[in-house]
Design a binder for this molecule. Structure first.
Ligand SMILES: C[S@@+](CC[C@H](N)C(=O)[O-])C[C@H]1O[C@@H](n2cnc3c(N)ncnc32)[C@H](O)[C@@H]1O
Length: 217
């Protein structure tokens, strides 16, 4: 267990979370809904990082892969006082419907939820983005990353969530449960390709389930 003095990482995490807490009724309600319905959304520490990142960089066009109920896109919009356009892609029709309802409920006209497989939709997008947040099927990150390359503005940043895949990426392949091996292999290949790519710089941060930040040289 990672410790500073006699304080555990959990205590540090709770303290930071409490310190950073700002009441935001919309966001708080959505997080409770997601938790009650077992819908995976960005972890609090990822949220805090994104808030800092967005406040510093103030992107005008964001592409998100993996919308779920719209939590992260509504959150990102609120950080930027809705002065941003967000295209967010979702493959699951039920999630798409809930996200669309949430976005309508909060009268947000700057968030465009698109139903379909990101692999099919990305090539048809006619925008260029300052920031891409990848938070969809973990076995397709390599493909998603290749597809978004010609959709990026100069100096764009790409952030990928869950790149440690429940911590499995830190383990030897022999210890990975059989049903998780495919994602493990595909995420490993994606990270190896990132390391080999001479056009980018990157940093994996110990936030959420591993947050990979990629920027272009
Ligand atoms: C972790 S959730 C996204 C959470 C959301 N970003 C948030 O934090 O509020 C991942 C979502 O990606 C969607 N998804 C998975 N594969 C996809 C694909 N190929 N194209 C579009 N959406 C996909 C899933 O249906 C799921 O709703």
């Amino acid at each position: 267990m990672y410790k500073i003095n006699d304080v555990t990482y959990e205590q540090i995490f709770e303290y930071i979370d409490e310190f950073n807490k700002k009441e935001n009724k919309i966001i708080d309600e959505l997080r409770v809904f997601a938790e009650q319905n077992n819908i995976p959304i960005i972890k609090k520490d990822v949220e805090n990082f994104l808030k800092t990142y967005l406040n510093i960089t103030k992107p005008k066009k964001i592409l998100e892969l993996g919308c779920a109920i719209g939590y992260s896109s509504i959150f990102m919009s609120s950080v930027l006082n809705d002065d941003v356009h967000i295209d967010t892609l979702e493959i699951n029709e039920n999630m798409y419907n809930i996200a669309s309802e949430n976005i309508k409920k909060f009268s947000l006209t700057n968030i465009n939820v698109i139903l379909g497989n990101a692999s099919d939709i990305i090539p048809s997008l006619d925008q260029k983005y300052d920031f891409v947040f990848i938070d969809a099927s973990k076995s397709h990150y390599d493909e998603f990353f290749s597809l978004i390359l010609n959709k990026l503005k100069k100096n764009a940043v790409v952030i990928c969530d869950n790149t440690l895949f429940k911590g499995y990426l830190c383990m030897d392949r022999s210890g990975i449960p059989k049903r998780q091996k495919t994602i493990y292999d595909k995420m490993t290949r994606f990270l190896e390709n990132i390391k080999k790519n001479k056009d980018i710089s990157y940093n994996m941060l110990p936030l959420g389930d591993g947050l990979l930040v990629i920027y272009f040289k």
